[in-house]
Design a protein around this ligand. Structure first.
Ligand code: DUC
Ligand code: ZN
Ligand code: ZN
Ligand code: ZN
Length: 476
């Protein structure tokens, strides 16, 4: 066979093995692993490098409407370019339903923004903000059939939160259709109460964002989410878990036999609430929800990554510019923490952070790294085995990593649309240097070689963890 591309001499890692072999690629797919591969249109020498499945980041926010006068820093072009340079070949952003509007309308607009503007493959989760009868009865079931097989619901934010009854109704659609529900777990009423107290005290600086969203607020909501999922009898994903007490709720539910998938993010390993305490409102750069906690919580999250409490390590990339009236320092946000948009950039550094601080420091091994960042992401969200692994028949989505490369994080070297990174000055060891998407070399030795027309939208199948009900009348 004449291959389109052969990757030679590398050390391949999957979620189960690390082994030396060449990879032969044809028509966008991996067609051979190991053995003789003589003829190739293009060859990459990966000697001394790791050859990993391209990262899949199942939790990113791109061009998401974010409140009056606030604009997210990334559109699809900059967001997926940043993802690509971080070793990713696919991202899953959220399509937000506007209250009173059909989800299809939001999807149409979102597809239009993404079309022709993606350096990685993309697929969308649906944020359900208004579970009306029409949405629950007709629209969501039809959208699941069309390949939108995951929904996110919020327990916080006045304009997004669902009541417990609405969450149960949404979970019931998931039960009937085999979709997967992701939950943002923070108790809005408790947060409101604390915000009121802090404002009354004139305590309005960025740090108050963390003190008004304490661990109890997340723990209670996590407990409630897993309990509601137990009542509705559905699996669920607890996204962006920040601390041990929320982890314990997940573990307790699992001991009761529940399928609960846990996700944590780089900010909970690398940042603490003290970062919100910077001079000149600089703390706004670290405002995200749930907030970063303390050193003990960082250790707890590492422990959860090692022990399997977490199945997913995602970025929760949610970028806003700092020095910008449409970003962190918007007119109201520069007067009170409660108007600072919630979210921080991270899609480009998710993998380098986990590689450097996890793999290179011996906290997790390479197969665990691959599982957390690619394979489990694909399994959880209906993309496996076409994506998330290196196997014959899988898409040739591959990142080649140089484990010796040491670089200090500088925002000036990054590719997103924000004007800062929360990780400025951090030294990381091990970076992706070449990235292949569907057999096409997108980054070659650190230089962009692909275009924003190379990524495509991918409808998804059901999660491996969802119980898909048989179709009525289907042939046996
Ligand atoms: N939830 C997210 O998932 N991302 C950013 C902000 C938020 O509240
Ligand atoms: Zn969230
Ligand atoms: Zn306070
Ligand atoms: Zn998020």
């Amino acid at each position: 066979m004449r291959f389109d591309l052969v990757i030679r001499n590398g050390m391949i890692a999957t979620a189960s093995d690390v082994f030396a072999a060449d990879i032969g690629i044809k028509d966008g797919v991996i067609v051979q692993i190991g053995g003789a591969m003589d003829e190739a249109a293009e060859t990459i020498d990966a000697a001394g490098k790791y050859v990993l499945p391209g990262g899949i980041d199942s939790h990113v926010h791109i061009a998401q409407p974010s409140g009056e006068g606030i604009i997210m820093a990334d559109d699809f072009e900059s967001g997926t370019r940043s993802a690509l340079f971080g070793g990713n070949t696919m991202v899953l952003p959220f399509c937000l339903q506007e209250k009173g509007r059909p989800l299809r309308e939001a999807l149409k607009a979102y597809h239009a923004l993404a079309e022709g503007n993606c350096y990685t493959d993309v697929s969308f989760h649906l944020i359900v903000s208004d579970p009306s009868e029409a949405v629950l009865g007709q629209e969501l079931p039809a959208l699941v059939e069309d390949g939108y097989t995951s929904f996110k619901v919020f327990m916080t934010y006045e304009n997004l939160r669902l009541s417990d009854a609405q969450i149960l109704d949404t979970m019931d659609v998931a039960r009937r259709t085999g979709a997967l529900v992701m939950v943002h777990c923070e108790n809005e009423d408790a947060i409101r109460y604390l915000i009121g107290r802090h404002e009354a005290d004139g305590d309005v600086a960025p740090k108050a964002h963390a003190t008004t969203r304490p661990i109890a607020v997340e723990r209670e909501a996590t407990h409630r989410a897993v309990s509601l999922a137990e009542v509705a009898d559905v699996p669920l994903v607890i996204v962006h878990v920040s601390n041990r007490e929320a982890m314990e709720e997940i573990e307790r539910a699992r001991r009761r036999g529940r399928k609960v998938i846990g996700e944590t993010c780089p900010q909970y390993l690398m940042l603490t609430a003290d970062d919100l305490d910077g001079m000149d409102w600089e703390g706004a750069k670290f405002v995200c929800s749930p907030p970063p906690r303390d050193a003990a919580s960082q250790e707890a999250c590492w422990d959860g990554l090692e022990r399997g409490v977490f199945d997913l390590f995602s970025s929760d990339h949610c970028p806003f510019r700092y020095d910008d009236p449409a970003g962190k320092l918007n007119p109201k946000g520069s007067r009170s923490f409660r108007h600072i948009p919630n979210g921080i950039p991270g899609v480009e550094l998710r993998l380098p952070i986990l590689f450097s601080e996890g793999v290179m420091k011996g906290r997790i091994d390479l197969p665990r790294f691959v599982a957390l960042t690619a394979t489990n992401q694909a399994r959880t969200y209906g993309l496996y085995p076409q994506k998330g692994t290196i196997a014959v028949g899988a898409d040739a989505d591959i990142a080649i990593w140089d484990p010796q490369l040491v670089r200090t994080v500088r925002h000036a070297d990054m590719h997103d649309g924000a004007d800062y990174t929360p990780y400025e000055g951090t030294e990381l060891t091990g970076w992706p240097t070449t990235v292949v998407l569907g057999g096409k070399v997108m980054i070659r030795d650190g230089d962009l070689a692909g275009t924003k027309a190379d990524g495509s939208y991918r409808p998804r199948g059901h999660s491996q963890f969802a119980v898909v009900p048989p179709k009525v009348g289907a042939a046996v």
